[in-house]
Every structure is written in C-alpha cells, then in structure tokens.
Ligand binder design. Structure first.
Ligand code: FPP
Length: 232
C-alpha cells in the first residue's frame, strides 16, 4: 500500500438511497450505516490510519421529518452505549465534535463519560461529528475567545494556531483525506477550516456498502496523488 493518510474524514451519505435500492425503509439504511461505522473503524485501525472522523449528524439534519430524527437519535444513543466496549476492544479514543448543548442531557452525559473513559486509548482516534456544523463551530470558538478577552486575551495574540485551538478539533491534526460517499461532491459545512489542504475523494458507493475494499481504493488514490504532487 502507498502512503497511508494519518487522518481520514468521511461524510457518510446515501443510507436512504441504499435502503431504497433494496426495497427497504430509510431507517433500515441508517441501521446498516451505523453498523458500517464499526467495520470502517476496524479497517482504519488495521490499515494504520491514526485518526478517523465521521459526519454522523449535522446541525441541518434536525430539519428532517420528526420520525426520522427520532429514529436516528435512538440509533446514535444505542451506538454510543456500545462504543464503550468497541473502544476497549479496538484501543479507540473517542471524541464527539459539535454542539453538545443541543443534545438531550442523557446523551450528553454518555458522551462525556465515553470521552473520559477512552481518553488514554491510543490505537485509533475516532471522532464523531454530532449536531455539528463547521460555521457553528467557528461561531462557538469566537464566542469563547470573546469570553477570554475579558480575561486578558489580546487581539495580537490571535493567530491561526490559536484559533484552531478553540475549535472542537483542538489537538487533532487536519484531515489528509476526505471521503464523501453516494455521489454528491460538496463539503456540506463539514470541517471547513480543517480541510484547507485536504485531498478529496468522491465515490458513488452508498455509505452502508462502503466496505474495507472501498476504503483501500480511496487510500490508494490518495497515495498516488501524494506521489505525483509531493503532498503539498
Ligand atoms: C446519511 O444518509 C445519513 C446521515 C448522515 C444521518 C445518520 C447517520 C447514521 C445513522 C450513521 C451512523 C453514525 C454513527 C457514528 C453510528 P442519508 O440519509 O443522507 O442518505 P440519502 O442521501 O440517500 O437520503
């Protein structure tokens, strides 16, 4: 295998279309999409990818029909609960990116416990973007900086590194490779600041069908580009 990216970010798309293609309801697509997250975590770990970030639920996703939002939240809650064992078995440090204040208290509590319990696992750093929007993340960062201004932060202290340290991704290297499944070729408010130099890979494969082999294709394509352009 060519050069392996240190950080892969994925926009999970196509659960609904995948389910439709099988004559099944959308929520079946979400269930299988959630299962596939486990598969890809293991595959990343096996391939030596150190950081994986997935876009699980955006600030925009609340606009979906009520029933669908409820079903997705139920699925995510149950996933977070199983994540304690998954993280232990796969040496995975889990972090959630996004506005936790917009989530229900029970879910927030699970997330905080999960982050605390897994913080010393170093095999794979797994970030789940949940109630996440990049513009919202930047606004929240600026608000926190504004608070620190009262505590003495000066305009001249503000640098790119400093601003980055106020983002949800503090301490996490920028993605080397961003994958979007299911045919759309846009960023949809995901990691706008962090993807300034990231390579993009788009595939028509729907998320639940994006298996280890598909991940390898994306990584190969990244390796070839890096060889050609020297990774600048
Ligand atoms: C993508 O397909 C679906 C989402 C982004 C919402 C929910 C995500 C999951 C259930 C994946 C689980 C994630 C984790 C971390 C367990 P879509 O509904 O946008 O598909 P469509 O474009 O075909 O309608």
């Amino acid at each position: 295998m060519n050069q392996v990216p240190e950080h892969v970010a994925i926009i999970l798309d196509g659960n609904g279309r995948w389910a439709k293609s099988k004559g099944m309801p959308r929520n079946y697509g979400h269930t299988m999409g959630a299962k596939n997250v486990e598969t890809i975590c293991r595959a990343c770990h096996n391939m030596g990818i150190r950081y994986l970030t997935v876009y699980a639920f955006s600030t925009e996703n609340w606009k979906r029909p009520d029933d669908e939002v409820k079903a997705i939240m139920k699925l995510l809650k149950s996933y977070l609960k199983t994540c304690f064992t998954l993280a232990k078995d796969n040496d995975m440090c889990v972090r959630v990116l996004g506005d936790l204040d917009g989530l229900d208290p029970d879910m927030r509590d699970t997330i905080l416990r999960l982050e605390e319990e897994t913080k010393d696992y170093g095999g794979l750093h797994f970030q789940i973007a949940l109630n996440y929007g990049s513009r919202d993340e930047i606004v929240r960062a600026v608000r926190r900086m504004e608070k620190d201004r009262e505590a003495g932060l000066a305009t001249g202290d503000i640098t790119e590194e400093m601003l980055a340290s106020y983002l949800d991704t503090k301490g996490i290297p920028d993605p080397d490779l961003l994958i979007r499944t299911s045919g759309e070729e846009r960023l949809s408010n995901f990691l706008l600041w962090q993807c300034a130099y990231t390579e993009f890979y788009f595939t028509d494969v729907h998320w639940p069908a994006f298996n280890e082999e598909e991940l390898k294709k994306a990584v190969e394509s990244y390796g070839e580009r890096n060889r050609r352009y020297g990774g600048v």
